[in-house]
Design a protein around this ligand. Structure first.
Ligand code: ADP
Length: 466
């Protein structure tokens, strides 16, 4: 299929609409003229003939029985110039004044010129000169008769035709101006629409070849198109973010594996070459490094499981307060070692969850609170029973998280402070797993934090899945 540019399509459509409107207006105005104006002209002609009859009847002097022939001559000549050929009779049908007798040549010329003009310009009218007879009366007495011949059903003089032609000319000029205006407007409109679309195509093409840096400017005026530009910008931003995370993930996994593998191979090399005695302590070092690798692999496996779109949940009614307390009790030893204070408070909240997975969520959050708390710190855990949701809050007074890092901590392998996190043994997967499990329950995790003052994680679990 042939593709046309949006500009051409809109401009052509605008032009077609305007042409159709002009065409309809021309037809309507012409119909109006022929129906109304020409009917009006016809009526005026009949009226004029009647007026002439009335006027002529006043030219009879009843007392003397005389007609004012001078005046009648004036009226007759005037009427002749207007296209009316009159013949006046007295009451005995004796001719008083006859235009044709008076000026035969002028009458024939007039009739010919009117007939030619009308047949030329209104051939469909099929008109001709018709004689109309009027009785001339004074009171009830008939004093004479008047024959008026004029072109019927109506005729238009030069001025009338000029008026109609001027009207048509105006219509043509207005039409051309409108047409040019419409094409211009169409081009502007098409430009407004086409520009953001072209930019979208440009951006998506750039994205498809791996360049995520391009963005829409602020120059889009319409609400819908600015929505499109916002959506494209958001898409580019999130793809850029994902791409950065992907790169970071690859380098993180490589980095995570490289250190323990290098350590193990250097220890083993030293033992093989006889530089080191294979003492239990040295073998334990190798074992610990291998443990780190296998923990990372099992973390990755767990991540793969929970990030599976169709994560299967085995839900039972659970009391969250009990669940939280039992998880916290597992950390008693660690908390004691670090001299941490931990309080669990709130209401018994029974909700349908996958107990094992929810334990995992709470374990990850509490383990982070413990890991990132300073010695002698306090951890507060609360369970709140709201009408539509259960809320678990885990608050610590630890190192806190930077604002920039806060929006990324739920991403895979994201660690706000790499050196410290590695010390604490985390690979940046715990929150990703927790987030995926909570999402599978239809809930969400949010985090607030201030560097140096602590962090607060809130898990919201809806009571009924909508
Ligand atoms: P990790 O296993 O590294 O702890 P997580 O996914 O659990 O991975 O957390 C991601 C990052 O978020 C951590 O590396 C840490 O920098 C930060 N973080 C998570 N919880 C806390 C917290 N309670 N206090 C401070 N930083 C935290």
């Amino acid at each position: 299929m042939k593709h046309y540019s949006l500009r051409t399509m809109i401009a052509v459509r605008f032009a077609l609409i305007v042409l159709a409107v002009i065409f309809l207006i021309s037809i309507a105005s012409n119909v109006l003229i022929s129906m109304q104006f020409e009917k009006y002209v016809g009526e005026q002609q009949n009226k004029k003939a009647e007026e002439m009859a009335l006027n002529l009847s006043h030219q009879y002097n009843n007392a003397s029985g005389e007609w004012n022939l001078d005046y009648i001559h004036g009226i007759g000549m005037y009427a002749l110039n207007e296209g009316y050929i009159i013949k006046l009779y007295d009451k005995n049908e004796g001719i008083l004044w006859d235009a044709q007798n008076h000026d035969m040549t002028l009458c024939s010329q007039l009739m010919e010129s009117i007939t030619i003009r009308m047949q030329e310009k209104r051939p469909e009218l099929d008109g001709d000169f018709v004689t109309h007879r009027f009785d001339l009366k004074q009171g009830k007495n008939v004093i004479g008769f008047l024959d008026v011949s004029y072109y019927s059903p109506y005729y238009l003089n030069e001025n009338d035709f000029q008026f109609i032609e001027a009207l048509n000319r105006i219509l043509v000029v207005v039409g051309i101006v409108c047409l040019l205006g419409a094409v211009g407007m169409g081009m502007i409109l098409a430009n407004d629409i086409a520009k953001p679309i072209e930019k979208t195509v440009e951006i998506t093409e750039m994205i498809s070849v791996g360049d995520y840096s391009i963005r829409f400017g602020e120059d889009v005026r319409s609400r819908e198109l600015s929505g499109l530009s916002r959506a494209v910008n958001q898409m580019a931003e999130s793809l850029e973010e994902q791409e950065n995370l992907r790169k970071r993930l690859t380098s993180d996994v490589a980095h995570e594996l490289r250190t323990p593998l290098a350590n193990v191979s250097s220890y083993l090399e030293a033992i093989i070459e006889g530089v080191w005695e294979p003492t239990p302590k040295r073998l334990k070092c190798c074992y610990d490094e291998l443990e780190r690798i296998s923990k990372l692999v099992s973390d990755l496996e767990r991540l793969k499981q929970v990030e599976n779109e169709n994560l299967k949940l085995y839900k039972t009614d659970e009391d969250l307060l009990k669940l939280v307390s039992s998880v916290v009790s597992n950390f008693a030893k660690q908390m004691e070692d670090r001299k941490l204070q931990c309080s669990v408070s709130g209401e018994h909240t029974v909700i349908s969850v996958d107990a094992g997975r929810m334990q995992q969520v709470i374990t990850n959050l509490v383990s982070n609170a413990v890991k990132y708390s300073d010695e002698n710190g306090t951890i507060r855990i609360t369970v709140e029973n709201r009408e539509n949701a259960a809320i678990i809050g885990i608050e610590d007074e630890g190192i806190g998280i930077d604002k920039e890092d806060l929006k990324l901590i739920f991403e895979r392998f994201y660690r706000a402070d790499k050196s410290r996190s590695r010390q604490t043994g985390g690979a940046g997967i715990g929150l990703t797993i927790a987030n995926a499990i909570v999402k599978a329950h239809g809930g969400k995790i949010s985090a607030e934090s201030e560097v140096g003052h602590g962090s607060s994680f809130v898990v919201t679990l809806p009571k009924k899945l909508s």
